[in-house]
Design a protein around this ligand. Structure first.
Ligand SMILES: [Zn+2]
Ligand SMILES: [Zn+2]
Length: 351
């Protein structure tokens, strides 16, 4: 339970009961995510503590509410964290990720979790037996990545630069860009170990901004023009601004990494105007992008295993966040069934 910035506590709470249309799940893996880390560090603008959090999970159905026919006890399931209403102006315009009545499902760092009706209806999936709970749970970040790619539409042969390529989301963008036919993936990251993972997953060129001038290096690699597509996945004001300088004239920029609310970025209007830059903000995923994300994971087209560094117990959520901050791990799957006394101090590998 989140009590305030930097302050978590394990508490006994009643096991929720599923209402009509809802599904009760026993959580088997709840991967940590940058969004949860941000919440841990600075709270959440829309919720006041105390609250349960964590938003990615894979688990077993233990009970279903009335009118649920697609799921039954014993099924292994995962779900996206959003449930759109399906009827509002934005839903009708196929922009369900922006739904005015969106239901969100926090509380995955727990032994039990109910999935609300709108999420059961469109964003819940049965996990195939050969896929781990933690890997399946990556449907949530991948749905947003897929949605972002539907906006920037990488064309075969294009050159793509990814700022923050070595983080979990950057590595998903990298794989998606390759699948879309990018000829060159320029991976930019401050961490040497993360860059080598980017290389292993298909990056063609690695840039460490601590050692090299990023903009100059991208120009050198692209005939002086800049990248066709730039994906900002580091989530800093500096990289949001830098993304424009990495783009070619007429290029497309996807700002993916969220910044604290109220952040202002400085952009050169002349550069945007005369270079005809196309700028895309992106938030969340639609039921369609979630469906596609799940297909990409279950088929193995997008590799998820390298993004999960291991598993830890419920009592170790804070420790997992600290290890994320030092860059030691990418994602940790929180497993409420692990005994913390048995697993400390090492991260357990998932079988
Ligand atoms: Zn997430
Ligand atoms: Zn809606």
């Amino acid at each position: 339970m989140f009590l305030g910035p930097g302050n978590l506590e394990v508490r006994e709470v009643p096991i929720p009961r599923p209402g009509p249309g809802e599904v009760l799940v026993k959580v088997r893996a709840a991967p940590t995510c940058g969004t949860d880390l941000k919440t841990y560090l600075r709270g959440h603008p829309n919720y006041s503590p105390p609250f349960l959090f964590g938003h990615e999970f894979g688990g077993d159905v233990v009970e279903v509410g009335a009118q649920v026919s697609a799921f039954r006890p014993g099924m292994r399931v995962t779900a996206n964290f959003f449930g759109p209403c399906g009827r509002c102006f934005l839903c009708v315009h196929h922009q369900e990720n922006l739904c005015e009545y969106m239901v969100r499902n926090w509380g995955c760092y727990a032994e039990y979790l109910t999935i609300p009706e709108p999420i059961v209806r469109v964003n819940t999936f049965e996990i195939p037996l050969d896929l781990s709970y933690a890997q399946a749970a990556l449907v949530e970040p991948l749905a947003s990545v897929v949605h972002g790619h539907q906006l920037i539409r990488i064309r075969p042969g294009e050159r793509v630069a990814i700022l923050g390529a070595g983080g979990p989301v950057g590595l998903l963008h990298l794989q998606m860009a390759l699948r879309c036919g990018a000829s060159q993936i320029i991976a930019i990251d401050r961490s040497t170990s993360r860059l080598s993972l980017a290389k292993a997953l298909g990056a063609t060129t690695l840039i460490n901004p601590e050692l090299t001038d990023t903009v100059q290096a991208i120009r050198d690699l692209t005939g002086g023009r800049g990248a066709d597509v730039v994906i900002e996945s580091a989530g800093t004001k500096m990289t949001w601004e830098l993304a424009l300088n990495c783009s070619r004239r007429g290029g497309r920029i996807l700002w993916f990494g969220g910044l604290p609310s109220g952040t202002k970025v400085e952009l050169d209007a002349t550069q945007i105007h005369y270079n005809e830059l196309a700028l895309f903000g992106v938030h969340g995923g639609t039921p369609l992008s979630t469906y596609h994300a799940f297909e990409l994971i279950t088929s193995g087209a997008i590799q998820t295993q390298p993004l999960i560094s291991g598993e830890m117990a419920l009592e170790q959520v804070e420790e997992a966040f600290h290890r994320m901050m030092t860059g030691e791990v990418l994602k940790i799957a929180i497993n409420p069934n692990l005994d913390p006394l048995e697993v400390r101090p090492d991260i357990q590998s998932i079988h």
